[in-house]
Write a protein that binds this ligand. Structure first.
Ligand code: PEP
Length: 249
């Protein structure tokens, strides 16, 4: 049985005052029946970990370096994230692929570092609108998976997030059939590469304009084990609607 996961990506949002949203969430969900993870900016990570310490809510990073330490100004290692209280890290988000030119091999190296440090790697894949319109979605996702998922992956240390780029922060969402098609494809690819046992145990998240109002329908789609949520994770009340939908799925 795969445990469902509601993961929030705060991106470059959140000052000290926003930790109050996390406190509210912690009061509402001391022991949720699904995994709940919030990935705040690195500046808040340690305090976020303290905020949820008495609960089952977890915190994570939004990126890490492939090396364990050294001359990499501005970067953060996976071990540092762990040390600050993280249990997971988002890798290969389309905004990092776009803003920082991250390639599949960079993401694979980062994922290896995360797994070696004991973090779960949430590896993001997803097509652009152009690629979808050219009917290249599954080829793109397949290529991103082969290139960015390391061989050492297991159901414990790997989570894959399908995030169509054109659905992130736009209010546009693929049809439920389109989500199902990609998630079934990802599941089959994982089973082929890692064997049925591991392939079936990896959690698959959908991400892209998930809101309280559409979450229940999305969570009913085959092979959707939860969501990676941007905008709607910033406010406790919004994220609560998504956690509730997942708990009831
Ligand atoms: C994301 O940033 O991963 C994301 C899915 O954003 P949003 O929910 O705002 O579309």
């Amino acid at each position: 049985m795969r445990r469902k996961l509601a993961a929030g990506n705060w991106k470059m949002n959140g000052m000290s005052a926003e930790l109050e949203e996390l406190s509210t969430l912690a009061r509402m969900y001391p022991s949720p029946t699904v995994d709940v993870l919030i990935c705040p900016p690195a500046t808040l990570l340690h305090r976020a970990a303290s905020t949820v310490q008495a609960t089952d809510i977890q915190v994570g990073g939004q990126d890490c370096h492939a090396n364990t330490s050294g001359a990499h100004t501005g970067d953060i290692s996976a071990g540092m994230l762990l040390d600050a209280g993280a249990s997971a890290v988002i890798l290969g988000h389309s905004e990092r692929r776009e803003d920082h030119g991250e390639q599949n091999e960079d993401i694979r190296a980062k994922a290896r570092a995360a797994m070696d440090a004991g973090l779960k790697a949430i590896i993001c894949v997803g097509e652009s609108l152009e690629q979808r319109e050219a009917a290249n979605t599954l080829d793109i996702i397949g290529g991103q998976m082969s290139g960015s998922i390391p061989d050492q992956s297991t159901g414990e240390n790997l989570i894959v997030a399908y995030e169509p780029i054109w659905a992130i922060g736009t209010g546009k969402v693929p049809t439920l059939d389109e989500i199902g098609e990609v998630h079934d494809f990802i599941r089959t690819r994982l089973e082929r590469r890692f064997g049925e046992g591991v392939g079936r145990s990896v959690r698959l998240l959908y991400g892209g304009s998930v809101k309280p109002g559409n979450a229940a329908d999305i969570f009913a789609v085959s092979n959707v084990d939860g969501a990676l949520v941007g905008g709607a994770s910033l406010k406790a009340q919004d994220f609560a609607g998504i956690i509730d939908a997942l708990q009831n799925a």
